[in-house]
Design a protein around this ligand. Sequence first.
Ligand SMILES: [Zn+2]
Length: 255
Amino acid sequence: MPYHKRRRKSVRFHLDQRKTARKRKTLEPSLTLQTIELLSLPNSWKLVSGTAAIQLCKFQAESADNLLALEKSISIMTDLLWKVFSSGIQLPAISRLLHGIPSTLKSSSDVLNLLRRVENAIICPGNRETLYVSLVEKRGGSIRSERGSGDSVGYVDCNSMVHVNGQSHSMTVRRRDCDLLCMRGVNSNQNRCKKCQAFRLTLRSALSRLNKTSESIHTDSSSHTKYASLNSTEKDARLRSMHSSLHSLKQQKNA
Ligand SMILES: [Zn+2]
């Protein structure tokens, strides 16, 4: 085929494509809560309609009292703005998981894309080890920063059921800015979010400070704990403490 004919054919093809796209755009109904209600949801999801918003909800059947507990939910308002919740706590607006989803939903594919991301995400397991949970519980359920404002930097979450290595845990310690939902397989360390992973250092040093304090209650020279009830390491520590007190008294006397 001569070049000018081929070129004419190609231009016509592109024009036709543009026309079809325009036609499709005009045919697609604009997105409303009613059109969202007609979308087919994954099996484990339910739609709850309200006057000002609809909720797309995923329930879990493993709550302590065997009642259906809300695991994840997406709330879409009449103006098509949306929010995502994990066990009732709203995800931060800058969540990496939700990056690229328009703040106002424009089409059914935006809704399905959002739903797919939330469906595939896993709940950040936080730091569910009993020693960390009981450490933070001893501090009233919240751990405060040592420096600066002393604001709460972490808390015990009793509302989410977290799953690690096939085991479920009803309590975990999260950093205050935990991502709550993470993309599956992206993070190592049991899919914990980066913030909760970094928080382990704070928890570990708080735990070691606590252990040192409780040890010194028994081993200090002024302690009332009976010497005979101490173990061998504690007896050594008590003797060292007594020796150091004696040394300091002698120095005061000779001064
Ligand atoms: Zn986290």
